[in-house]
Design a protein. Structure first.
Length: 500
């Protein structure tokens, strides 16, 4: 009886219908937030929408002069390194503005576009995992676990550049895997995939500067593969031959794409480096102090730095506790809820407890079974290179600011969402190896049962549940029908959420 149940669970977990079901569940949750939650949502939505509005009034991606009417509160935009998302999103806004000047409609439609971008990212991660021979069961489980993290549907429903970064991580990593397989299996380098990798990698760093560790990890990984290839000259000749074999139209398109991506990259980062000696110059290096102070995060940091200079307060928390507090804050801010006034609601007990225990145990198991994990596909090492370098970069930024301002600043779990699918798959493989070691022939029974149990636990307060059960009238659009419907949903949902 148990064997039949576990077989059925295993079949369901690996099915296309299961994938479609949780994608629909996720889409419904994100759509609910996009349509009902009042602007601005807490994850910097007013900042991103404001810059999109600025770009919607010009055709060029470059802002050469600041207009006080449009740029108050956004810091420097003339040498801003993460502008491409805002520029691209300005085109849908231009189109929407032809039909309506109602800001509520514009915001909701832009939110829907962001949801579509994020869901496309989920499909691209699914494709990526198939490239490295991850089973459909583990793929579905990892992506479902991701979508049940409370901040994930919240982010997807927000006008925010991290949604495009999420998609770009999947696409660029997929191209890197294609190149890696070609190098290791066929001793060749495919022109289309490699040139697209260079182009999209360059453009992705202009979507958000934090993408730099991702493309750096990929290029280092490919370089190591090239160095270990016996015939390096043959590898580069294969690249040339592959390019020559393409249709003329595709050749021209790839050259134009590389020149465009490279040109925009050099214009922003190259010029910044030459002119300001920094890839991402500080606002005060480019603009006057009063203008920079109007930008909230910069003004906050300026006040903290001024306080440190004047009073030299002790480090808070003490430096010995930094790793513990940083890790706890990252987890907390993945599973908490937050309203438009930045009031925080603690994570619901069951999902955050499960995430903490399973996550930390999984990291230990990954260190123990890393060789077995790589036996699935050697290029899974690239996943950890990307996730590791990205998280180290995030930790470095937070620790540097901690030392500078004597307190924790901008520690947000949502910044890790873009690489979490890679981490979740790695952890899943570690647990599978652990179950194989412990249960041996009973692994096919233990794994489906454990997966089903985890899903049930994560559903207890996962997704939008935390926000819904804690929401207030002011969280929704100023429309009595909208408020009444959502407060009614709250009353229905609250009794079913344990640990409230």
């Amino acid at each position: 009886m148990t064997k039949k149940i576990t077989q059925r669970i295993s079949i369901i977990l690996g099915s296309k219908k299961f994938f479609a079901a949780f994608i629909i569940l996720f889409a419904v949750q994100a759509l609910w937030m996009a349509i009902n939650v009042q602007y601005p949502m807490a994850f910097d939505e007013s900042y991103h929408f404001g810059i999109i509005q600025i770009y919607s009034h010009q055709w060029s991606p470059f802002i050469s002069t600041l207009s006080e009417h449009y740029t108050s509160g956004y810091g420097d935009l003339t040498r801003y390194d993460s502008y491409l998302y805002h520029y691209l999103m300005s085109f849908p806004l231009r189109l929407i503005a032809l039909f309506t000047d109602a800001q509520v409609v514009q915001i909701i439609l832009l939110r829907l576009i962001n949801i579509a971008i994020f869901i496309t990212g989920l499909f691209m991660f699914r494709r990526l995992f198939r490239q490295v021979h991850i089973s459909d069961r583990l793929t579905n489980f990892a992506l479902l676990a991701l979508t049940l993290i409370p901040t994930v549907p919240f982010l997807a429903a927000t006008i925010n550049y991290d949604n495009l970064v999420f998609l770009m991580v999947a696409v660029v990593t997929s191209l890197a895997i294609t190149c890696s397989n070609a190098i290791t299996k066929h001793r060749r380098l495919p022109a289309t995939s490699f040139l697209l990798l260079l182009t999209l990698g360059s453009l992705a760093t202009l979507v958000k500067y934090a993408f730099a560790p991702v493309i750096a990890a990929i290029m280092i990984y490919l370089l190591v593969l090239v160095i270990r290839t016996p015939s390096k000259a043959g590898l580069w000749l294969s690249l040339v031959g592959s390019f020559k074999s393409l249709d003329r139209g595709l050749q021209v398109g790839l050259v134009v794409a590389v020149l465009l991506g490279g040109g925009l990259f050099v214009e922003r980062y190259g010029v910044n480096l030459v002119q300001y000696h920094s890839l991402a110059p500080d606002c005060s290096d480019v603009q006057e102090l009063p203008s920079c102070l109007q930008y909230g995060p910069w003004g906050r940091n300026y006040q903290l730095a001024t306080n440190v200079k004047a009073n030299n307060p002790p480090l808070d928390p003490p430096i010995a506790k930094f790793p513990q507090v940083w890790t706890g804050d990252m987890l907390y801010r993945l599973y908490f809820a937050i309203d438009r006034n930045f009031k925080e609601y603690p994570p619901l007990l069951i999902p955050v407890l499960v995430a903490g225990v399973v996550g930390l145990s999984g990291i230990v198991l990954s260190l123990v079974y890393w060789r077995s994990i790589l036996a699935t596909d050697r290029h899974l090492l690239l996943f950890m290179a990307i996730a590791g370098l990205y998280l180290l970069s995030l930790l470095y930024d937070n620790f540097s600011e901690y030392l500078q301002y004597h307190t924790l600043v901008a520690v947000n779990g949502r910044y890790a969402i873009v690489i979490l699918p890679l981490v979740l798959v790695w952890l899943g493989l570690a647990y599978r190896r652990f179950f194989t070691t412990i249960f041996k022939v009973q692994t096919k029974v233990a794994v489906p049962l454990a997966s089903a149990l985890l899903i049930l636990l994560l559903l207890q307060g996962g997704g939008v549940a935390d926000f819904l059960v804690n929401s207030q009238t002011s969280d929704y659009w100023d429309n009595q029908t909208v408020v009444d419907i959502n407060l009614g949903l709250q009353k229905v949902a609250t009794p079913f959420v344990l640990g409230r």
